[in-house]
Write a protein that binds this ligand. Sequence first.
Ligand SMILES: C[S@@+](CC[C@H](N)C(=O)[O-])C[C@H]1O[C@@H](n2cnc3c(N)ncnc32)[C@H](O)[C@@H]1O
Length: 494
Amino acid sequence: MAHLLLFILSLSIVIYSTFAVTLDGSLCLAKEQPELTLNEIAVRCPFAILLTRISWIRHPFMSSWDLVDVDRACAKQGQQALFGNLVAYHITSVTVQKPPKKQSSPRQREEKVRLRSRLERQRGRWNSHHPRYRLLDAIYGFSRYQEQNGVELRRWKTLYKHVSIPQKAMLEHVVYYSKKLEATEQLIRKNQNLCDMIVQNALRFYEVKQIELDQFIKDADTNKRKADRTSVSQALKHFVRDWASDGEHERKATFPCILRTLGTLFPQRAAEPGKHQRVLIPGAGLGRLGYDIAALGGFDVTINEWSMYMNVAYRVLETEEDLSPFTFHPFIDSWSHHATSADMQRAVSFPDRPLNTSSVVLVEGDFTTEFQTGHSDYDAIVTHFFIDTARNLMSYLETIHRTLRPGGYWINSGPLLYGSGPFVQLSLDEIILLSEALGFEFIETSPRCGEVTLSGKKVRSMSAIYGSNERALNINGYKVQFWVARKRLRNGDR
Ligand SMILES: C[S@@+](CC[C@H](N)C(=O)[O-])C[C@H]1O[C@@H](n2cnc3c(N)ncnc32)[C@H](O)[C@@H]1O
């Protein structure tokens, strides 16, 4: 009897080890050769598929996978592999470093005092333009991410019902269309985790009590005012453009030229704090350009942003102690232009590098009002994908001019894509003429910043894309206009 038990035990160990080694091999195979379908992996390692179906057998090395999602996705495909063709999932893992402990700088603390006072409910009229209203509205938007995207997903599910039964059978058999809808639902739920973090961080940072938010949401529900799905999505996608390695191709198009130009304009900048050159970036999005300029050393950077959706998202980067590894699925809310569903569903992590927040400060609000008075001493203003957002471009030009010190530089890099309802829509040559009339003098720039756009004018064109998915089948591209204009000295200026 004892011999029999010993024999059964040994046999079990051998079988389990065989299964385990095979599973490990198949998982490595899946990881190293993502182009293989699970069917192909199953042919090479048949036990793996069996194992993935026995949920209580966990392979001891599975935890070494970088992303928990990977084995879930593989297990799922393993089940599908038994039935037919597979839709291959290629999961991207992005290595993230832990950010250092965040400590606010004196400049940040000073700005926070100003911000707190601007956000007071009693200040000004309480309507949808009030800064606190806009803040609460943005927090409301992030708190309802899942709900709003769920509505859209349900609409897609309803539309799918229009497909005929034989067509549906083929869609289900060949590409598992319903599974894609289900997977998206799960990923929306996952994205809500990031949104919840943004909400909680915003409540803390802006010192908003949960009860105030609840009341705001209750009022919105009573008035049937929906949370803004688009603004939330745009802010989330900016984590990719600014802070993920998946956005590097966008940053690489224009950042090096701006950074090199600043280095050339201020070669002698002092290293000691207090003597730094002051740089302002209006319409900064989630602030990456500002951080890359600060990383050059010798610059105190002020970023400015009007959208509260951007600002509450940015505050997570600025103040959250432990961001990493935070992954989310930024591309699931639009199903157009994807080469594979796996590309669409892929996880992206941020930040791709730690943030040193000590030399960057965010001034929230409209550029033309926040910098109306008391700030006319910036050494450089960098407008990046910004000037065409103006309702009144003349006010932007005047504010840039007023905010620079005499002899200071305006560096522009961006398209001329006017939004809805601009008061004036100017062509490039008109912008040059008006800037010169306001007191700017365009200076020579490096040919490395592109070809000259208009003969005889010191403006160059660089190709750049904006806010797109690197793996998508469409390109949202521009001929970005790059120039450096110096604020002319007046008589008596030194
Ligand atoms: C096209 S995005 C570019 C963002 C960033 N510069 C980039 O390249 O990723 C323009 C940004 O300007 C902001 N913006 C628009 N009008 C603004 C204003 N009057 N003051 C400050 N920011 C503004 C928008 O909210 C938006 O984040």
